[in-house]
Design a protein around this ligand. Structure first.
Ligand SMILES: Cc1cc2nc3c(=O)[nH]c(=O)nc-3n(C[C@H](O)[C@H](O)[C@H](O)COP(=O)(O)OP(=O)(O)OC[C@H]3O[C@@H](n4cnc5c(N)ncnc54)[C@H](O)[C@@H]3O)c2cc1C
Length: 388
């Protein structure tokens, strides 16, 4: 059986659905081909089941890319307010959690149902459980599945990155890019917990569950948020954010007591310079168990002012060389991907393969934690959808 459309969108996740809606609204006959048994599985598990669907403070600075300017155009033409307009039109209750992050009050299902409803209104054809066997190109693009052939003059790759393979992530987008001679930058796991080397692990990981307000920094970036000690290393928002910038064997630095001077009290000559006082001061700046461990493992060599200054410095710059990350199995996002130099920043169309588009996470644009990755999916999806 041969199906003909104006555009074929491979991948029915956040970017693919937004692209289909925008193109469908403009009267284009579009089909979404999805290999999983349902659309938008990642949307359903996102934001702990409540989908952090955008961030009202979204700026180009919230994204990593080899070309930091690439995302600007799409982000400016489909803003958080545009997506919020859709959410409000569907009367989906939401709230701002922190730092501009908007979450559903009820469930991520609301967002998926909204997108599915918009697809229906825009007369988008959806094909789930569709295993794509081959993509080729003659006068148009041809996508072969086990029992059908789909043809269209435009093909959009919206198959996402490599994170969370168990819910359907594949390297398909990168393979199609290679097939058409489109350059890709090596993908790496982003927003992912870090694994500590055995020595550090034995020192700290029995404190699993302890969470502290820190500044994590690496590669010229710094994030002040929570850090969580895990059974194998470090996680929590500050660590997830910095993980996207980390490459082995770079060190990361963690300020365990941002804004506090934990040894300031010792400037008073009447204060005894001893472990008990130091521990008590540290406990004011970080959780008790972490404070106790930090003193136990890093007791100043002496009680001289120089040794105390050294202790102070180390408390604000715990230098670690992580052994690795928890990998794509646990990564919230895939960094790297389709080289943005290959794409039009306005439409996401390949410069050297007219009619071929890449959108969403498969492209080398990766958001910080906090709703930015969905905003990129919506914005890049809308950019392509308006050009189909
Ligand atoms: C646990 C978790 C929580 C997250 N929470 C948030 C959050 O709260 N806020 C936020 O902004 N971001 C969040 N993210 C990131 C966000 O989900 C992604 O950045 C976003 O979904 C990317 O959209 P996409 O459409 O490019 O890819 P996806 O949403 O991954 O969609 C790709 C689609 O393509 C399909 N596909 C893959 N290969 C094939 C193939 N060969 N044939 C056909 N179909 C295929 C997949 O099944 C999938 O449906 C989270 C990610 C994870 C893993």
């Amino acid at each position: 059986m041969i199906h003909s459309f104006d555009a074929l969108i491979l991948g029915g996740g956040a970017a693919g659905l937004m692209c289909a809606i925008e193109a469908g609204k403009r009267g284009r006959r579009v089909a979404v081909l999805e290999h999983a048994d349902r659309l938008g599985k990642k949307i359903l598990i996102s934001g702990g089941g409540r989908c952090n669907f955008t961030n009202i403070y979204c700026q180009p600075e919230n994204f990593l890319s080899s070309n930091p300017h690439f995302a600007k155009s799409a982000l400016a033409r489909y803003t958080p307010a545009d997506f919020l307009g859709l959410v409000e039109k569907h009367r989906i209750p939401y709230h701002e959690k922190t730092l501009g992050q908007l979450f559903c009050d009820r469930s991520a299902r609301d967002i998926l149902e909204m997108l599915e409803g918009e697809c229906r209104s825009a007369k988008v054809s959806i094909f789930v459980r569709t295993q794509i066997q081959e993509v080729s190109r003659d006068a148009s693009f041809v996508v072969r599945t086990a029992n059908a052939e789909f043809r269209a003059p435009a093909l959009v790759l919206a198959t996402g990155g490599l994170s969370i393979p168990k819910i359907g992530a594949t390297s398909f987008g990168y393979e199609i890019a290679r097939q058409f001679g489109i350059r890709i930058g090596d993908p790496w796991p982003g927003l992912v917990p870090l694994v500590l080397a055995p020595e550090e692990r034995s020192r700290y990981c029995d404190l699993a569950g302890v969470s502290a307000d820190v500044i994590a920094s690496c590669d010229g970036q710094r994030f002040r948020e929570k850090m969580l000690i895990t059974h194998r290393g470090l996680s929590g928002p500050a660590i997830l954010q910095i993980s996207s910038y980390w490459k082995k064997p770079q060190p990361i630095a963690v300020d365990l007591a941002p804004g506090s001077e934990v040894t300031a009290i010792f400037r008073d000559p009447k204060v005894r310079r001893d472990v008990g006082t130091l521990r008590a001061e540290l406990r004011k700046a970080m959780p008790n168990r972490l404070a106790d461990r930090w003193v136990e493992l890093g007791l100043p060599a002496s009680w001289t002012s120089a040794a105390l200054a050294d202790f102070e410095r180390q408390t604000h710059a715990w230098i670690l060389v992580p052994a690795g990350t928890e990998g794509f199995e646990k990564a919230e996002v895939t960094a790297g991907g389709v080289d943005t130099d290959e794409l039009s920043a306005k439409t996401m169309e390949c410069r050297k393969v007219p009619g071929l588009f890449f959108i969403g996470e498969v492209v080398d644009v990766t958001g910080h934690l906090g709703g930015f990755n969905f905003q990129w999916a919506w914005a890049s999806g809308a950019a392509a959808g308006r050009a189909l």
